[in-house]
Structure formats: structure tokens, C-alpha cells
Design a protein around this ligand. Structure first.
Ligand code: C5P
Length: 239
């Protein structure tokens, strides 16, 4: 990653293809990657990944795979053949499932003659608090302990990094090493609306804490001038 804009991943959370592509075209120069989540993928279909790729930015397919290893390997291989730059899986699927994702991604990239995508783990969803994790899901202890344990497991499986909040970066880098990537949502520039995000960080603070990639949605996509909003974030992280 040589340019600050390469660190910026813009979340295209749209219910269909047209507004997502229009936004992507408007800000393509300022964004290193576009994130396609389950809403857009399931409404627009996988072709949207290719259309975004043609704009020259990378694509993060936020598909959060969680299934038996053989099925995840197949999905990972298909994602790699579609040329995504990054995709993710749930660490709760365990070591063998994450290793299968890594192997499937390598196989798919080889078949397509491209580079293997970065494979990122989701640890404990931020919508899951301690009470839900302990009492409903049955994982005991503090959320941060589970996050760090699952991040270590992802590293052991050969994955490239995790999605995490800015507050978790230090603990994860301590446990997994500086080269283990952190992909950080919940980013709000100074003065921006928090929307439904409970714990937020400014772009600068997240990068100073060690964030490798920032995931930013509404502060850019709902701004009066999305291109200017994206450019301001890029300037802020140019440190
Ligand atoms: O609009 P906003 O900047 O809040 O969008 C953040 C993006 O990051 C959304 O696509 C959201 O689903 C995703 N995300 C998140 N928190 C997580 C994981 C992913 O906000 N823990």
C-alpha cells in the first residue's frame, strides 16, 4: 500500500446496483476499495463485483462465509475467480474452515491467473455484546478476550487479518503481530453524524492506532459532496 487512498474502503450499502455504481463512479479516484456486502450482492448479483473492478478500484466482498470447510473452500475459490481483492469469513467456523478458505482462495486465483485475495476473519460481531455472547451464544468471558483468541486462530490458519474496531487494534497487533492486517469500520470524521455506530474513531486516530484499512460508509455516501468527503478522509490519514 503506497498511497493513503489505498487504505480507504468505501462501504456501498445500497439495495440495488444503479445507485451503488453511480456512487462508485463519483469517488473512484479517492477510494482504494469498494465494499460489497450481503445486501448489494444479493440484490445486484455477483456481476456488480466485476463492474466495480472495471472502475480500477479493488473490491472487498463482505460475504462473511460460515459453513463446513469443503463448502467454504468452494465459495472462496469462486470469490477469487471473480477477482475480488479481499473477502471475509467468520472465525467461529474454526481453524479447518479458515484454512479451507485460504486454500480455496489460492486455488481460485491460480485458475483465474490472478493474485490470491486477502482473506480476513470476522471475530465477534460488534452487534453481539457480553450478555448476548455469554448467555445466548454460550461463549464465556469478556468480548475482547474472545476477539483476541479468534484473531490468533485466524493468524494460525494463515489468514491475512481481521475486521475489528479501532479500540481492539492494539490488543490484536500485540497478539498477532504488526503485519496481521486490521480492517476497521466505525469511522467518523470529527463532527460527522454517528448514525447507529456506538463506538467510533476518527480516521486519523484509527490509523495512529495501527489500522491498515478504514471502512467508511455513510460519512462519504450520504455527504452532500461524497468525493470531497472521501478526499478529506484521505488527506487526514496521509501521515
Ligand atoms: O455507514 P458506516 O460507515 O457506518 O458503514 C460501516 C460499514 O462497515 C457497514 O457496511 C457495516 O456493515 C460495516 N461494519 C460495521 N461494523 C462492524 C463490521 C462491519 O460497521 N463491526
Amino acid at each position: 500500500m503506497s498511497r493513503p487512498e489505498d487504505r480507504l474502503i468505501v462501504a456501498l450499502d445500497y439495495p440495488d446496483r444503479e445507485p451503488a455504481l453511480a456512487m462508485a463512479r463519483a469517488i473512484a479516484d479517492e477510494a482504494g476499495m469498494f465494499k460489497v456486502g450481503l445486501e448489494l450482492f444479493n440484490s445486484a448479483g455477483p456481476g456488480v463485483l466485476e463492474e466495480l473492478r472495471r472502475l480500477g478500484a479493488g473490491v472487498f466482498y463482505d460475504g462473511k462465509f460460515l459453513d463446513i470447510p469443503n463448502t467454504v473452500a468452494g465459495a472462496a475459490s469462486a470469490a477469487a475467480r471473480m477477482g475480488v481483492t479481499m473477502f471475509n469469513v467468520h472465525a467461529l467456523g474454526g481453524l479447518a474452515m479458515m484454512q479451507a478458505a485460504r486454500e480455496g482462495a489460492a486455488r481460485g486465483a491460480e485458475e483465474a491467473g490472478g493474485r490470491p485475495p486477502l482473506v480476513i476473519a470476522v471475530t465477534i460481531l460488534t452487534s453481539v455484546d457480553r450478555q448476548v455472547m455469554n448467555e445466548e451464544v454460550g461463549i464465556q468471558g469478556e468480548v475482547i478476550e474472545a476477539v483476541v483468541r479468534l484473531a490468533r486462530l485466524a493468524r494460525e490458519a494463515g489468514l491475512d487479518g481481521v475486521v475489528c474496531s479501532a479500540a481492539e487494534i492494539t490488543r490484536i497487533k500485540q497478539a498477532c503481530g504488526d503485519d496481521f492486517l486490521t480492517v476497521v469500520p466505525g469511522i467518523r470524521p470529527e463532527g460527522a453524524a454517528r448514525d447507529d455506530q456506538a463506538r467510533v474513531s476518527t480516521p486519523r486516530a484509527a490509523v495512529e492506532a495501527g489500522a491498515d484499512y478504514l471502512v467508511v460508509g455513510r460519512p462519504i455516501t450520504r455527504a452532500g459532496d461524497p468525493r470531497a468527503a472521501a478526499a478529506a478522509i484521505v488527506r487526514e490519514i496521509e501521515i
